[in-house]
Design a binder for this molecule. Structure first.
Ligand code: FAD
Ligand code: SIN
Length: 528
């Protein structure tokens, strides 16, 4: 690959691609992505994109729904800005060729938990696939964009690589590009950039059960943390209430849009339980529904609850939810006649790399956008379908920052090539797979939907041990994706545990049995 680009984009989901397309009008763009280009959280998004496109809806209503879900921790200015810009981004996507579901000529709007109106723009139940296809088609055709699949960013390049000490007291000030592993060749490239855009997505894989695909190992958050960029709100991990419970289903998501379509939650005796937890019942925000399910499972000793949409006909369900219908069918379940066994699974990290509304991080030359970030939009709990919206809006706002910073920077030729002298091909791979499994189980058992000081202390002790073992392994080994990912997952786990430990209250997605109520003096983001 080339050794320099004006704009280096890490990640080919909605955030990375829509930014790449915009800055490609102004300079050379390299997009690196660690698997096939489409493999991203974006590609699996089902429900849709929240946007005020119906005349009967209002910006104010969407803002208020977002603030309520965020449980007092959203930045209202950011919320307003993102909500206001949503409709324009939807129109742009349509102009670029996205084929969203329609009723007549108008967009068909779905409904999801926490929304007071039908406002979810969608492409049946595979919205992310349509967004990803639209953006990728254009990126592939753009003369200024080069796409590098199976290229893994190992580390952001900062002053640390020029021999300066980077520490908590002396954080990196500049980003000069990234070290990129060509996975097929096994070679690490030094790639210089005037501006690096971190669009690496989420970290659901840190948990044993997750709706996220394998790419979601939190690499961007971990790399930014090592460069001592500001990180915030990592305790707020969203558990989606309804992932399919089946030994072969790998936590396949059953979209909230199914509940928006009238599906009810029942326990294994067939009793509907949500109305006794919240007056909004199945359409309460996700944290409430996930905790209610968790409570039912613990009280009753059950392994799952049921989602019931058997009041709908097969044709209706196949029309609205073709992907989900097919997946259920492949496991012997007919949604129109069978109850669907579901459990919560880790879905979305509301915290991440701190940016302003123009995608600027605390490091010059490093922008960030999408699920990797903390912008203030989601607060203590993300409102359904607000994350694709955030990625699409912030990636466009990032353009002005990118152009300005690129104008202020030149390529830093003093950056050395990657040095792997003294390392060897590792023989003990079992350590990597064992530590990865252990980490994911520790996070699931001790840092899940319901937490306590005792469990968090345990998790911290285990995480520290895993960190020490893995760092030693990393230092001795030739660089490889599994080891880098494990290292990053451990860093993200540490950030979640540490942030959860300092929050002495329950709010939004963070629930502690030791501090079961919200506390006004704790109503602020957790910055690291
Ligand atoms: P992603 O789309 O995850 O892209 C990240 C990219 O970074 C990938 O290309 C990945 O390969 C690459 N990458 C990561 N690390 C590295 C590295 N070290 N080197 C190189 N490349 C790297 N949100 C909604 O708003 N509406 C929905 O309906 C919805 N449904 C969802 C359903 C599911 C099953 C899931 C998992 C999520 C859903 N979400 C939804 C959340 C939403 O999809 C994501 O938050 C959003 O798509 C994130 O976009 P992104 O561009 O930030 O990251
Ligand atoms: C879903 O379709 O339920 C997921 C929506 C989201 O995560 O925003």
């Amino acid at each position: 690959m080339a050794d320099r680009f004006d704009y280096l984009v890490v990640g080919s989901g909605a955030a990375g691609l829509s930014f790449a397309l915009a800055v490609a009008e102004h300079g050379s763009v390299g997009v690196v992505t660690k698997k096939e280009s489409a493999e991203s959280n974006t590609n699996y998004a089902q429900g849709g994109i929240a946007a005020v496109v119906d005349k009967a809806d209002s910006v104010e209503a969407h803002v208020q729904d977002t603030l309520i879900a965020g449980a007092g921790l959203c930045d209202e200015e950011v919320v307003r800005l993102v909500v206001q810009e949503g409709p324009r981004r939807i129109a742009e996507l349509e102009a670029q060729g996205a084929d969203f579901s329609k009723r007549g000529k108008a967009l068909h709007l779905g409904r999801e938990g926490g929304h007071s109106a039908h406002r979810i723009v969608h492409a049946a139940d595979a919205t992310g696939r349509e967004v990803e296809r639209t953006l990728l088609d254009q990126a592939r055709a753009h003369p200024n964009i080069q796409l590098f699949e199976y290229h893994y960013v190992v580390e952001l390049i900062t002053e640390h690589h020029l021999g300066e000490v980077v520490s908590r007291d002396k954080p990196a000030r500049h980003c000069y590009g990234a070290y990129v592993l060509d996975e097929d060749a096994g070679q690490v490239h030094r790639v210089l950039a005037k501006v690096t855009m971190l669009a690496t997505g989420g970290a659901g894989r840190v948990y044993l059960h997750t709706t996220n695909p394998a790419i979601a190992t939190g690499d961007g958050i971990a790399m930014a943390y090592r460069a001592k960029a500001r990180i915030a709100n990592m305790e707020f991990v969203q558990f989606h209430p309804t992932s399919l419970y089946h030994p072969d289903a790998d936590s396949f998501l059953i979209s909230e849009a199914v509940r928006g379509h009238g599906a009810l939650l029942r326990n294994t005796d067939g009793e509907r339980f949500m109305p006794s937890y919240d007056e909004r019942a199945e359409l309460a925000p996700r944290d409430i529904v996930a905790r209610a399910i968790d409570d039912q499972l613990k009280q009753r000793g059950d392994a799952f609850v049921y989602l019931d949409i058997t009041h709908e006909s097969r044709d209706e369900l196949m029309g609205h939810f073709p992907t989900i219908y097919e997946e259920c069918q492949s496991h012997g379940l007919d949604m129109s006649t069978d109850l669907i066994p579901v459990v919560p699974a880790a879905h979305y990290v509301c915290g991440g790399v701190v940016t302003d509304v123009d995608a600027q991080t605390s490091i010059h030359g490093l922008l960030a956008c999408g699920e990797v970030t903390y912008t203030g939009l989601h607060g203590a709990n993300r409102l359904a379908s607000n994350s694709l919206l955030e990625a699409l809006v912030l990636s466009q706002r990032a353009v002005a920052s990118a152009l300005r910073q690129a104008g202020e920077r030149s390529f830093e030729d003093a950056v050395p090539e990657w040095d792997d002298s003294g390392t060897e091909y590792p023989a003990e791979w079992v350590l990597v797979s064992h530590n990865r499994d252990e980490l994911r189980r520790v996070m699931w058992d001790y840092v899940g939907i319901v937490r306590s000081d005792h469990r968090l202390r345990r998790a911290m002790r285990r995480t520290r041990l895993l960190y020490e073992e893995t760092e030693e392994f990393y230092r001795k080994s030739k660089v490889s994706v599994p080891v880098c990912e494990l290292r990053n997952m451990i860093a993200v786990a540490y950030l979640i545990v540490r942030s959860a430990s300092v929050r002495k209250e329950s709010r939004g997605l963070h629930y502690s049995t030791d501090y079961p109520q919200p506390v006004e003096s704790e109503r602020h983001p957790t910055f690291i």
